[in-house]
Design a protein around this ligand. Structure first.
Ligand code: SF4
Length: 355
């Protein structure tokens, strides 16, 4: 392993080689890590400013046809009480987001066959005609024709995390629904060609994930020129095959510090990308997690507007925070952000580009 290198300027941070990136991922010295956090925060301020864009999250369906080995929504989890929200319930959430100053809505759900082309197209059109919110979809792996229809209906962005650049590891964790289906990386290309702003990302601390693999993930973020990068720790649900997994010595830890290292390095390598401080980070550290994310590269929050009766049943992983630490009113958000030296973003918060 090479000696730690602390670059003297922004360009030096952007040009870290693979060995140096790995060295930072393995770094444990708090004084050196402080240099990394400060560099990411400086870059965040220089490229995307102090505004924090709020994407209002609504978890519209907990049904899923897939059997991912760690996810509480997996079809094999028969103990989960499932739900689907009505369009009226979703539109009521959209109105609350609009009043709270969110520039966009994220419609998230499992791969629910009932969220079909027509149902989602109609919902997107209704949101676009009743609010000025940008619409982000996060509905899993879908057919290219379906993605195209939703884009025509007005959807602006699509989130599809590739989770890991290791194809074998991905296939082990996410058994494919249909043989011959397009890979997530191929779907990201489809999304780009279809005209979406494209979001993707990975989980940190997957079983069998190596530091080198995380370096490849970071390189892929830049190669894909992602508009949004979502990073979260691996937290398996206990009612899944990986629920009782005990980490082995030498595994990449899926803890808050490791997740923040990914935030910081992603910001340094992809300075213009939107980077949310995720709910899962808030779950690992309920008191400070999302604030740490904002101080270490993130510029987006995703307050959860799912009504509590549904939210309690959207249990992807245990201990998922209910969002109560992030206010759901404009005044509350402005105050919360102001106390942290940031301000509520205006407009849809699209990805900025150079120049
Ligand atoms: S990770 Fe996504 S696709 Fe897999 S079971 Fe969970 S909701 Fe479904």
């Amino acid at each position: 392993m090479t000696e730690q290198v602390v670059p003297v300027d922004e360009r030096g941070w952007q040009e870290l080689d693979d060995a140096q990136l790995e060295r930072w991922l393995r770094e444990t010295d708090p004084r050196l890590l402080q240099k990394l956090w400060e560099a990411a925060d400086r870059t965040r301020r220089a490229y995307v400013g102090d505004e924090v864009h709020c994407r209002g999250l609504v978890e519209l369906s907990s049904h899923c046809r897939r059997g991912c080995l760690y996810c509480g929504l997996a079809v094999s989890n028969r103990g989960l009480e499932r739900y689907r929200m009505s369009d009226e319930d979703v539109l009521a959430c959209a109105e609350r987001m609009r009043r709270a100053g969110c520039g966009s809505i994220v419609l998230q759900g499992g791969e629910d066959p009932c969220l079909d082309t027509d149902r989602v197209s109609t919902l997107v059109r209704r949101i676009k005609t009743t609010t000025e919110l940008a619409v982000t979809l996060s509905l899993g792996e879908r057919e290219p024709e379906e993605l195209w229809s939703w884009r025509q209906a007005g959807a602006d962005r699509y989130l599809l995390r590739f989770e890991t650049s290791e194809a074998d590891l991905y296939a082990m964790l996410h058994p494919p629904f249909a043989p011959g289906a397009l890979s997530r990386l191929a779907l990201l290309e489809v999304l780009r060609r279809t005209g979406y702003e494209v979001g993707s990302g990975v989980m940190v601390g997957l079983p069998g994930q190596s530091y080198r693999s995380l370096v490849r993930d970071l390189r892929l973020f830049r190669e894909l020129d992602l508009d949004m990068i979502g990073l979260g720790p691996f937290i398996p649900h206990p009612a899944t095959p990986l629920g009782g997994l005990i980490p082995r010595a030498g595994d990449v830890p899926g803890d808050a510090t490791m997740t923040c290292k990914l935030y910081a390095l992603a910001r340094l390598l992809c300075p213009f990308s939107n980077l949310p401080s995720t709910t899962a980070l808030g779950t690992l550290d309920p008191a400070e997690g999302r604030e740490l994310g904002l101080r270490r590269g993130a510029n987006v929050l995703m307050p959860n507007f799912t009504p509590p009766a549904f939210r309690e049943r959207y249990r992807i992983y245990p201990g998922k925070t209910d969002g109560s630490t992030i206010p759901l009113t404009r005044e509350g958000l402005e105050t919360w952000l102001g106390e942290r030296g940031r301000k509520l973003g205006t407009g849809p918060g699209s990805r900025r580009r150079r120049g």
